[in-house]
Design a protein around this ligand. Structure first.
Ligand SMILES: *Cc1c(COP(=O)(O)O)cnc(C)c1O
Length: 360
């Protein structure tokens, strides 16, 4: 058996939707983009959606719209994909890494409070693997210290705390990269309830203009095409079922995996399992386990093998060599993720369980 770590799905409806756009008049930032923005925002309960070319440009637009730039610090986890930090560097601001909670893998509110300085401008938790970060606590911390709350929601489409979806606490950025829970090929989205931030994100996306050829600020080209939006609209319709499939696979793994530690979810949280991530017991050679599983046809991956503060680009910069994040560094050596994509079959699931239980 050969089971990949991810399996993006494009069906006939997506192909037809793209054909329709190609036969119509608008290829980019047209009616399909507007429809997708409205539908994606409504699905999360947010007031505005602004579609972008990818998740990284969504993050950059959100950060710039809040006026974050040189001299400002943004507190983020190091246990994430590199774009969480690079978008902050890209606008000339400074990422400050705080450690994570050992149970949820998400940014620790205590560590964040300890990292606040007079230069701190914003906090940006990541809903890692699809599990919401502790947004009520981060909202309270931001209110207490007068900080901006951002969300890196690239992995967490429709995740929730109670009835409230992620993407509605702070200005949030999503990704529609092929391996994410839904795709537009490349694509991203900013959600916000703030009219002024929405206006600014739109300007940043399109050369700093709200009125055509009248440029208020320096903007970029972060636009989404109508082909991408048409795919996104179809995929959005599939997302609820796909999320149920992911949650079902996760429940099966939780019930049958023996030797690895399975994910723990806080009461009332909805995890959407972008990744299903386990950790090996202390003392077990994780890399030997993942190597063996891949050899046996179980596509497992480590997200992420090197925390961001340990990346060469940060080690070469001032002030990061002495950063120590014990929980992050410990988990980096112990986690790995299993296939949890929607179309995983019962037979494949059984095989994954059998092989993981045999491997460690
Ligand atoms: C995927 C991802 C991004 C970047 O999204 P792209 O669409 O690939 O640019 C940012 N942050 C996190 C946590 C991600 O997983």
């Amino acid at each position: 058996m050969q089971i990949p770590i991810a399996k993006p799905f494009i069906g006939e409806e997506e192909k037809q939707a793209v054909q329709q756009v190609l036969s119509g008049g608008y290829l980019t930032t047209g009616p399909k983009v507007a429809e997708f923005e409205k539908a994606f925002a409504a699905m999360h309960g947010a007031k505005h959606g602004i579609a972008t070319s990818n998740g990284t440009t969504a993050l950059m637009a959100a950060i710039m719209a809040h006026g974050i730039g040189p001299g400002d610090e943004v507190i983020i986890p190091s246990f994430s994909f590199f774009a969480t930090a690079s978008c902050i560097l890209s606008v000339g601001a400074r990422p400050v890494f705080a450690d994570i909670d050992p149970v949820t893998f998400n940014l620790s509110p205590e560590a964040v409070e300890a990292a606040i300085t007079p230069r701190t401008k914003a906090i940006m938790p990541v809903h890692l693997y699809g599990l919401p970060a502790d947004m009520p606590r981060f909202e309270a911390i931001c209110q207490k210290h007068g900080l901006i709350l951002l969300e890196d929601a690239a992995q967490a489409h429709m995740a929730a705390i109670g009835e409230r979806h992620i993407g509605t606490w702070g200005t949030a950025s999503f990704s529609f990269y092929p391996t994410k829970n839904m795709t537009t090929t490349e694509g991203g989205m900013v959600l916000t309830n703030d009219d002024e931030i929405a206006r600014k994100v739109k300007m940043i996306r399109a050369q700093g203009m709200n009125t055509q050829y009248y440029h208020e600020i320096v903007g970029y080209n972060f636009r989404m095409t109508d082909m991408a939006a048409a795919i996104g609209l179809v995929q959005m319709g599939r997302l609820p079922d796909w999320t149920c499939d992911r949650v079902g696979h996760a429940a099966f793994y939780n019930a049958h995996l023996e030797s690895v530690e399975t994910p723990k979810i806080p009461e009332g949280y909805t995890h959407v399992y972008h990744q299903y991530t386990v950790r090996v017991p202390e003392g077990v050679d994780r890399d030997a386990v993942t190597k063996r599983l891949n050899e046996r046809g179980v596509g497992v991956r480590v997200y992420y093998p090197l925390p961001i503060h340990r990346q060469p680009v940060f080690q070469a910069m001032d002030g990061y060599k002495d950063v120590h994040l014990p929980v992050t560094e410990n988990l980096t050596a112990r986690v790995f993720s299993l296939p949890v994509y929607p179309s995983l079959t019962a037979e494949e699931r059984d095989y994954v369980v059998q092989e993981v239980n045999a491997a460690c």
